[in-house]
Design a protein around this ligand. Structure first.
Ligand code: MN
Length: 286
């Protein structure tokens, strides 16, 4: 795949989950994922399952990360915001410590967000996480999922402005959306969801996730270290993707699956009337 600037898959219903992508498909048919050219990796990427044996003798958090993608390992040093079950800030810790199952089992919980970006045709931008990602590699998910960091700008809680600033930052970092194209004012905070899920024997998630909606046509320039492919989908195309996931043909992130199954379609049906769903009090426990 390296050396080809852009891949266009076949129609969504036939291509998702297949290792071979056919290029040269013409524009304008069924939604399709554009596959991103991987950057030359400076480190090696390997299946995390090989690290599984380490858990029997290492003392956390001394997990062996030598075999993981170097760019992704650097991000593990970022400081996430630790919170209690009611989303009150109680401290800060590294992204690494926040995502180790051993710490999650002890109750470590952090603040996160999930962006759902719709274009003016009301299609939802999905991404497939790169194989370099440490948690949930290769999984299909919503537009952008990440964390506000422990700095003054992203800690500010009034109207979730800190979380919305973080979303603007990550839309640029992952998808290459210019900062001026999606300002925090254009990001709508809907509600919060608390979920917990394991990625593998070492890594997992335990987050209170701010659900953020954006409605705008944007310029994309994705980072291949973050994103393997992306696509705008209609509701029916997302339903087809869900059926493929149910058959085991593709993998979804757990938070995306939960949100799609519980909330997404009723929100999507009411993109012009979202105020009825805005709830900044309740934290939905999934
Ligand atoms: Mn997280």
């Amino acid at each position: 795949m390296i050396g080809q600037s852009l891949w266009c898959g076949q129609a969504l219903t036939r291509t998702i989950g297949r290792a071979v992508w056919r290029r040269g498909q013409r524009e304008g048919r069924v939604a399709r994922f554009a596959q991103i050219e991987p950057a030359p990796y400076t480190g090696s990427v390997c299946g995390l399952s090989v690290l599984g044996h380490l858990r029997h003798f290492v003392t956390m958090p001394e997990v062996n990360i030598n075999h993981l993608d170097k760019q992704q390992v650097q991000l593990l040093a970022e400081m996430c915001i630790l919170i209690d079950e009611n989303d009150n800030k109680i401290g800060a810790d590294t992204k690494k410590n926040c995502h180790l199952n051993e710490n999650i089992e002890k109750g470590l919980l952090h603040r996160a967000f999930s962006v759902f970006l719709f274009n003016t045709e009301n299609k939802l931008l999905l991404q497939q996480r790169s194989d370099a990602k440490i948690t949930f590699p290769g999984c299909f998910t919503n537009t952008c999922c990440s964390h506000p960091l422990n700095n003054p700008g992203e800690l500010e809680e009034n109207e979730a402005i800190g979380v919305r600033r973080a979303a603007q930052r990550r839309l640029k970092a992952e998808l290459g959306i210019p900062l001026e194209e999606v300002s925090p004012a254009e990001i709508d905070y809907i509600t919060r969801i608390h979920y917990k899920a394991q990625s593998d024997s070492i890594w997992g998630e335990n987050e209170i996730d701010y659900i953020l909606f954006v409605r705008k046509n944007v310029t994309l320039n994705p980072d291949p270290n973050e994103i393997k492919s992306y696509c705008y989908v209609s509701k029916e195309e997302l339903r087809e993707l869900m059926r493929k996931a149910a058959r085991g043909d593709v993998k979804l992130t757990p938070w995306f699956k939960i949100i799609v199954e519980t909330f997404l379609f009723k929100w999507w049906d009411n993109l012009n009337h979202l105020s009825q769903f805005i709830d900044h009090e309740k934290i939905h426990r999934m």
